[in-house]
Design a protein around this ligand. Structure first.
Ligand code: GLA
Length: 646
């Protein structure tokens, strides 16, 4: 386990560094991330590099027992560059260039900018890539910049040309006869600003994915020539500007920055965010940043309660995190983030949370051997695709149809009965799961449908949610009723869909809200699980959830956004039928399982400030308290137990 913080030696007099590092080590930390915004100190003038200070900081960290992750500073280009080369500056969607000084003010498509990035990454890697204290690299920081400059527009045209080859093909696939959007010159195609043609918007997201793959690759290639240490990037959880699966392919593993806006996290929501990040590269991940106190960017920057930091950290570990790093060690005296929570105060002395962090450091050390080489193994997967999310968000049809919240309604029900759930892209190997739930498989091509069909035939249980099988890869409506190529397997189709103004009752019990689809059964053998009660006349008495045996497996279609209790009831049934062992913990308590060579490690977390008791079938030892528990584990408010078999 790695445990540490973001440290900015460039902001402090060197005489202070030893004291910072001593305090970190005393807190049990073993890693620091440095340099990810330090470009103006690393290259004070064009082509003049100063890496001496960074090398001294890295070596000093190493002498204090701390390993180093080097961040490339490319999220914050220096003023000399943006001033001399305005073409490297980001242009906003209203056509105005960004002003210097708020970071991320660069155009990720600019060839000149990428060249500057390559050079600084190369300089850092040459100098420090083989340094014994450097364990890895973070490329840039939280990719999010989009530039609407002319060069980007031309590159978007090149991207479209490569995909469609001819304008005739593009015009046909986008039905551009609609609203006179027919293009007879590639140069006529705009960058989408605000709401626009859904195919154009979808392609722009695919283009941005390509932009970030290429942008990142320039730096990876530069580093790889001189360094064999891991390379990662700190993503932003559910952020959907680009396809994270595609961008993470070139990384050794994914990292993310996990923050709770108002000081507390909804642990199910945040657990899903950990799981989605674990899915980016399909393996354990790092929490590269998390808060040691309040954030500074929320409406009310409430701090986590006493004891809560530890539950947040163990929660991340329970979902597959191999590292927890606090952002940040100490506030810069000036600048935009003076109010953000830190580990030490403006006087350089520990803040009240330091003791809690120190205790966590001790706990991690105590569990390190047991956690080594452990990972999350799940029998149930929730399918998540950026393309589906983009397409749904472009045309929600009901303002509240937020695809992430919709996915969450399935995830919440499943996770409360399971010790692990994977969140994976539709392209992943389905046969490793006994239960696959696709909350909205909106864009569905024939090849993907065939894979899902084969999964069911071979014995899997596939659950599809509303809005599945509606569009093709070009965002065109399929010339069939939902779920399109999977309706034959289901033996049912969607007769009509409705955005709901108010909830609709379900028979025998439950409620549909936001969205309801009237399902029609096509063959004998398709069972109706739920029907709509009285509603708009159209839905009254019609099937809302149906299921059918298909080959050796089962396919189920949920045609509505269900209330939590109904979803939970159905999820319990799917889990039981799939033969997946379920867990029983009290409300507010979470049980996570990491599987490894020394056996399973169960992390049991009380997310509430109240004491809770968990019933156990077998005796276990709590690595944190050292006690053996028979029959029960008692958890204090925000308490955690890390359990292994005795
Ligand atoms: C992000 C950034 C950090 C810092 C934090 C503050 O995650 O990566 O540099 O600004 O937010 O919460």
């Amino acid at each position: 386990m790695r445990f540490g913080c973001a440290w900015y030696p460039e902001q402090w007099d060197e005489s202070r560094w030893p004291e910072d590092l001593r305090l970190m080590r005393d807190a049990g930390m073993n890693v620091v991330r440095v340099a990810e915004f330090a470009w103006s100190r690393l290259e004070p003038e064009e082509g003049r590099y100063d890496l001496d200070w960074l090398e001294r900081a890295v070596d000093l960290a190493g002498r204090h027992g701390l390993s180093v992750v080097l961040g490339t500073p490319t999220a914050a280009p220096p003023a000399w560059m943006t001033h001399r080369y305005p073409d490297t500056l980001l242009v906003r969607d209203d056509g105005r260039p960004a002003t210097h000084g708020n970071r991320c003010h660069f155009s990720p498509t600019s060839a000149r900018y990428r060249d500057f990035c390559r050079q600084i990454a190369e300089q850092m890697a040459q100098r420090l890539g083989g340094n014994p204290h450097v364990i890895g690299w973070q490329i840039d920081n939280e990719y999010n910049a989009v530039s609407y400059d002319e060069d980007t527009r031309l590159k978007f045209h090149d991207f479209l040309k490569a995909r469609y080859e001819t304008l005739d093909a593009l015009n046909a696939r986008w039905t551009t006869a609609y609203w006179s959007q027919t293009y007879d010159d590639w140069a006529q195609i705009p960058l989408p600003v605000g709401s626009h043609h859904p195919a154009l918007m979808l392609e722009f997201r695919r283009f941005l994915t390509r932009v970030y793959i290429d942008y990142q690759r320039v730096q990876i290639d530069a580093i790889r020539q001189h360094s064999d240490r891991f390379i990662t990037h700190n993503f932003m959880g559910w952020f959907d500007l680009f396809d994270h699966y595609a961008v993470a392919k070139d990384l050794d593993f994914a990292s993310w920055d996990s923050y709770g806006e108002r000081g507390h996290v909804d642990y199910v929501k945040n657990g899903a965010a950990h799981d989605v990040v674990r899915g980016f590269a399909g393996k354990n991940f790092w929490v590269m940043e998390t808060q040691p106190g309040a954030v500074n960017w929320s409406a009310i920057n409430n701090a986590p309660n006493r004891g809560e930091l530890k539950t947040m950290a163990w929660h991340a570990i329970g979902h597959g995190a191999d590292a927890i790093l606090y952002w940040q060690w100490r506030s810069a005296p000036s600048g935009q983030e003076q109010y953000h929570g830190t580990v030490v105060g403006p006087d350089g002395a520990p803040r009240p949370v330091y003791g809690e962090i120190q205790e966590l450091g001790r706990e991690l050390a105590r569990c390190a051997d047991h956690l080594a080489a452990t990972s999350i193994v799940a029998d149930c997967a929730v399918v998540h695709s950026y393309e589906d999310r983009w397409a749904l968000n472009f045309q929600r049809h009901h303002q509240d149809f937020d695809p992430v919240a919709h996915l969450g309604s399935f995830y919440r029900a499943l996770r409360s009965d399971l010790s692990a759930v994977d969140i994976v892209p539709p392209s992943s190997v389905l046969s490793q799961y006994r239960l696959v739930v696709a909350p909205h498989l909106h864009i569905l091509d024939d090849a993907t449908a065939l894979r899902f069909d084969a999964y069911v035939r071979a014995g899997g249980h596939l659950v599809l949610g509303p809005r599945s099988g509606m569009k093709d890869h070009d965002s065109a409506l399929l010339p069939s009723r939902q779920p399109g190529p999977l309706s034959a397997a289901l033996g049912a189709h969607v007769e009509e869909y409705y955005a709901l103004q108010s909830s609709v009752g379900l028979e025998p019990a439950g409620e549909a809200r936001i969205w309801a689809e009237w399902l029609a059964v096509d063959v004998e053998g398709t069972e109706i699980i739920l029907r709509y009660g009285a509603s708009n006349g159209w839905l009254d008495g019609q099937p809302a959830v149906v299921t059918r045996r298909h080959g050796s497996g089962r396919i189920t279609y949920v045609g509505a956004w269900l209330d939590d209790a109904t979803m939970k009831r159905l999820a319990k049934q799917w889990i039981a039928e799939s033969g997946i062992p379920s867990v029983a913990v009290p409300e507010g308590v979470e049980l996570c399982r990491r599987v490894g060579p020394r056996g399973d490690v169960f992390i049991c977390i009380n997310h509430t400030p109240h004491p809770k008791t968990v019933e156990l079938a077998v005796p276990v030892r709590d690595l944190l308290s050292g006690q053996t528990c028979r029959g029960q584990v008692a958890l204090a408010g925000y308490g955690v137990a890390v359990l292994v078999a005795v």
